[in-house]
Ligand binder design. Structure first.
Ligand SMILES: [Zn+2]
Length: 64
């Protein structure tokens, strides 16, 4: 499964991260390893890289 991610403003390619936060909940987000910019976290029963990528690509919620 591949998701398209826009390159970060710092020039690096960000990556999709996931973290199990509960028995039935996984947080998925996109994070840049260079400047630590990240998309809002999506919490769902399953990892959701498509939604996280959409958030990142729209530029919403990124923290600089
Ligand atoms: Zn960056």
């Amino acid at each position: 499964m591949t998701v398209k991610l826009n390159r970060c403003r710092c020039g690096r390619m960000p990556g999709v991260r996931t973290c199990r936060v509960a028995e039935d909940a996984i947080e998925t987000w996109v994070e840049c390893a260079g400047c630590r910019a990240r998309s809002p976290k999506i919490e769902d029963a399953y990892a959701d890289p498509e939604s996280a990528a959409a958030q990142w690509n729209s530029g919403k919620g990124t923290k600089w």
